[in-house]
Design a protein around this ligand. Structure first.
Ligand SMILES: Cc1cc2nc3c(=O)[nH]c(=O)nc-3n(C[C@H](O)[C@H](O)[C@H](O)COP(=O)(O)OP(=O)(O)OC[C@H]3O[C@@H](n4cnc5c(N)ncnc54)[C@H](O)[C@@H]3O)c2cc1C
Length: 534
């Protein structure tokens, strides 16, 4: 369907409510919900998905950007999760090569113990990682001397460096992968709507029969009638469960993770660094991403579930202090271009106070309530596809959905994936749209007008016409990733982006509100908690 033929945004929620009964309504448009919607649509079921904010606005735009088996879970002995994630890594690399690429990592070791013990210890663990990946491994694990390590990662602290272990994993653009899932689900017949919240559940005879939604743009409330509801609201699943018949206790123990972004010259060379054991026993990553360096993350229990959580002072101090031990050029607060915070929806052990969230499992859980509400939470971005298969298996086993065989998504290329033999455009660092969409951008008005290097006026038009962007934030945070890479730069072009949105959306766009909200958000992404008194 061309942009001109698309129904007006204001009519979409009403059109969803006109369907007599959906097979499935999904609540939440992050990795988990979008994965479920895509799998169900690919099996021929009728699906509607509502997302209260924007696709990937929650945790799914704030990952460390790794498509990985999880070296840390290997250390915890969770081989089942590692094997599953490595299998999913291979599937993602195949189905979305425009958004997911192999990435080499260095695990540096220091001092005499480093050479004789740590390198052997971590190296043999990473060889096991290769073994678990089998034929799907991305590259061979190797032992490197100090000179070779610094040659590959010139930013690495050379003082005391004994050597490194080099291994391979995957890297992706999380928010754009979420968009690709939304667009692929739509291409398979799903109806997917952002800025539309589930505000209530409708029951008949004690069973869920519909979802009441509120279109955040028009303020209208409507009911979507359905056979089955999947609650994939991330750390907010318990709020949705409370709309059902009062369940006991919470399913989620949220844990906060902070990242800071600094310039590329802190880690030139294209290799990521994994610090396997920080002072307090966590792992820390320094990762090259879209022309910058991401440093993180933390793992702090958190119970207030803000959509934009703020970092704690200790978290910023921890990341900078640890990064300074491993990088020649020590990053300071003044070097931070953007700081963002995500909440992990970790599965809470029954009847327990989670206390230390580092130790909680990263596996997912699916819970089917008596009313028929199906809740899914936990897991990782990397495993969204296998989680979706598990969710649908639960729905079918409980008679909530008609039986259809699994496997519909294992070999399903996502929208934007290059055709066979074509090279993904995203090989080059910087901001860009991906894959086969690029020629379409070139033909839109404003293709020559760059707002910042790599982001043109035409890309903003593309984001509105083909990627469901409705606000300045949708464009600058998740269609382009500028807010996450350099929040001040993003704020500096917000006005011009708003101008293009006004042309594209006409009366449907409240430019003053959108600009004000984005200004406040960009300020948050640059604001650091005060330093402790010296
Ligand atoms: C710091 C950090 C780093 C991570 N790094 C990685 C990594 O490198 N690799 C990896 O594989 N995994 C990583 N993860 C894990 C991964 O990001 C999450 O497991 C995943 O994004 C969770 O997705 P989700 O869809 O369950 O939740 P979310 O992305 O939060 O999606 C839930 C959505 O539901 C919406 N919603 C809530 N209530 C309603 C309602 N009433 N109506 C409609 N919509 C609603 C929200 O707006 C939100 O968009 C990381 C997590 C964190 C926090």
């Amino acid at each position: 369907m061309s942009a001109a033929q698309q129904p007006a945004r204001r009519d979409l929620a009403r059109m969803l409510a006109q369907v007599l009964a959906w097979d499935l309504v999904v609540i939440g448009g992050g990795a988990t919900g979008l994965g479920v919607a895509l799998d169900a649509a690919a099996r021929g079921l009728s699906v509607a998905l509502v997302e209260a904010e924007d696709f990937a606005k929650g945790t799914s735009s704030r990952a460390t950007k790794l498509v990985h088996g999880g070296v840390r879970y290997l250390a915890q002995g969770n081989l089942k999760l590692v094997r599953e994630a490595l299998r999913e890594r291979a599937i993602l690399l195949r189905n979305a090569p425009h958004l997911v690429q192999p990435l080499p990592f260095l695990l540096p070791v220091y001092g005499a113990r480093g050479r004789w013990f740590d390198q052997w210890f971590y190296g043999s663990g990473l060889m096991l990682y290769d073994l678990l990946a089998g034929r799907q491994r991305q590259g061979r694990t190797e032992f490197l001397g100090a000179d070779a390590a610094v040659h590959l990662a010139p930013g690495l602290q050379v003082r005391g460096l004994a050597g490194a272990v080099r291994y391979w994993d995957g890297q992706f653009d999380d928010a754009r992968l979420a968009l690709a899932l939304a667009r692929t689900a739509i291409a398979r017949g799903a109806s997917v709507l952002n800025h539309c919240a589930a505000v209530g559940l409708m029951h008949e005879g004690g069973r869920i029969a519909g979802v009441e939604v509120e279109d955040r743009e028009s303020g209208r409330r409507l009911v979507l009638r359905t056979r089955c509801v999947v609650n994939a609201a991330g750390v907010w699943v318990d709020a949705v469960r409370r709309m059902d018949r009062a369940p006991r206790g919470n399913l989620v123990a949220p844990s906060q993770g902070v990242h800071v972004v600094v310039d590329r010259d802190f880690l030139p060379g294209g290799h990521a660094i994994l610090v396997p054991k920080t002072e307090d026993g966590r792992v820390l990553f320094a990762v090259p991403w879209l022309g910058k360096t991401i440093l993180g993350t933390t793992d702090t229990p958190r119970n207030d579930l803000a959509i934009e959580p703020e970092p704690f002072r200790e978290e910023i101090d921890f990341i900078l202090a640890e990064a300074s031990r491993y990088l020649v050029k020590a990053p300071t607060r003044a070097d931070i271009r953007s700081v963002w915070v995500g909440l992990r929806p970790l599965v809470k052990p029954p009847n327990e106070d989670p206390g230390d969230t580092k130790a909680l499992s990263r596996e997912h859980a699916v819970l089917v309530e008596r009313s028929g509400l199906v809740t899914v939470t936990g897991g990782k971005w990397t495993t969204y596809r296998s989680m979706a298969e598990d969710v649908l298996a639960h729905c079918m086993a409980n008679g909530l959905l008609p039986g259809r065989p699994p496997g519909a998504t294992a070999a399903l290329p996502l929208v934007g994936a290059p055709a066979a033999g074509e090279r993904p455009l995203s090989d080059a660092p910087g901001l860009h749209l991906y894959g086969t969409e690029a020629p379409m951008v070139q033909s839109l008005p404003g293709a020559q007008h760059e707002l910042v290097p790599g982001l043109s006026e035409a890309m903003v038009r593309f984001a509105v016409r083909y990627e469901y962007a409705r606000t300045v934030e949708d464009v600058l945070a998740r269609r382009s990733r500028l807010l996450f890479l350099d929040a001040r730069l993003a704020a500096s072009i917000a006005q011009r982006v708003a101008g293009v949105l006004a042309q594209e959306l006409g009366d449907g766009f409240d430019g003053a509100k959108s600009l004000r909200e984005f200004g406040q958000l960009a300020e948050r992404y640059t604001r650091l908690p005060p330093q402790a008194a010296q």
